[in-house]
Design a protein around this ligand. Structure first.
Ligand code: SF4
Length: 329
């Protein structure tokens, strides 16, 4: 493992100045992914700036929005009373996103920024454009059963692994960012970048920018929501396909619909055309199947992962049917 300098920041401003001044510096928070990547020589910072002592932990209500510090742990957000009462899709995404041990360590900011589980990315002996731009992509002709069918490019087909990001995307959540040029707020819909020709660029953050808070709008009272995760085993596994959904039903019709997919896209995947297919319609199977078709529109499978397209459609129908029939969880 490459040796690197370690600094503990005493303020947000100091942390940002430390990282912004060194192109090879990076932030360190929960460290649940970064330390593994450093051991594997995949992530090789020259300087780590520890932000764990910064006052960015805790959740508060600001009107109809939950404001969560980026250092809040997954477990703390899952246990918050407003999340339990009003945001079942967020709670389920958190509980299904990691083991209890990891949920107590992993931070919300780190969860949104976690790196892909593509096996070639994590093996420096293999070609990977995301790890080393221009090196090629070993997954294209290699093992790609778990890889993406939406948002891919000839340069990368890796999925984004976060469950939480999928639920937050469905809610139109935003991140607050502090950087060398001050503060800004970024909607999650504009945060992630599909790989295109630059798979190493995964999000809209500039070097030195630090996520300080998440802004999570609450669902209206009476909304039904949930998170369905389909995976190879029941725990400690990433999604083959997942669905975050929220419906408001009134007078036998769907008055509001939110839908996002995980496990099938190179980024958390919001599906506005599927939401449009639901609006004003009766909550019945034919409508859900039309929405599922729209949700997976444009998907392209490869020899090993083509099954994800039908799996994704079925997951959408199942999630929506569950909300319609049982009133959500
Ligand atoms: Fe690297 Fe992406 Fe190809 Fe995986 S799919 S080897 S992360 S370029």
């Amino acid at each position: 493992m490459r040796s690197c300098a370690y600094v503990r920041a005493a303020s947000v401003e100091e942390a940002v100045a430390e990282v912004a001044a060194d192109p090879e510096a990076a932030y360190l928070a929960g460290g649940t992914t970064q330390v593994d990547l450093m051991r594997d020589e995949v992530f090789r910072p020259a300087r780590l700036v520890d932000v764990t002592r910064l006052p960015l932990r805790g959740v508060r209500r600001d009107g109809g929005v939950l404001v969560a510090g980026a250092l809040t742990t997954m477990e703390e957000l899952a246990a918050h009373e407003d999340v339990t009462a009003r945001l079942p899709l967020v709670r389920e995404a958190l509980l299904r996103g990691a083991s209890p041990q990891l949920r107590h360590m992993a931070t919300l900011g780190g969860n949104l920024l976690q790196r892909t589980r593509c096996r070639y990315y994590r093996d420096p002996s293999q070609a990977c454009n995301k790890r080393e731009p221009g090196a090629g992509c070993a997954a294209l002709d290699g093992h790609h059963r778990t890889h993406a069918v939406l948002g891919t490019s000839p340069h990368c087909i890796a999925t984004h692994p976060s469950d939480l990001a999928v639920a937050l995307l469905a809610l139109d959540a935003s991140v607050r960012v502090h950087g060398p040029d001050g503060e800004r707020t970024l909607p999650l819909t504009e945060f992630y970048r599909t790989p295109g020709a630059t798979p190493h660029v995964e999000n809209a953050l500039a070097h030195g920018e630090l996520i300080t808070h998440l802004e999570i709008p609450l669902l209206p009272a009476g909304a039904r929501s949930g998170y369905l995760k389909v995976r190879d085993r029941a725990s400690y596994e990433f999604a083959l396909a997942s669905v975050a959904a929220a419906l408001v039903l009134d007078g036998g019709r769907i008055r509001s619909a939110r839908l996002a997919l995980g496990g099938v896209g190179t980024v958390p995947w919001r599906v506005p055309r599927a939401e449009e297919a639901l609006l004003g319609a009766r909550p019945e199977r034919g409508v859900f199947e039309a929405a599922a078709e729209a949700a997976l529109a444009g998907a392209e499978g490869r020899p090993d992962n083509g099954f994800k397209i039908e799996l994704g459609r079925r997951a959408v129908v199942r999630m929506l049917s569950t909300l319609a029939e049982e009133g959500g969880s």
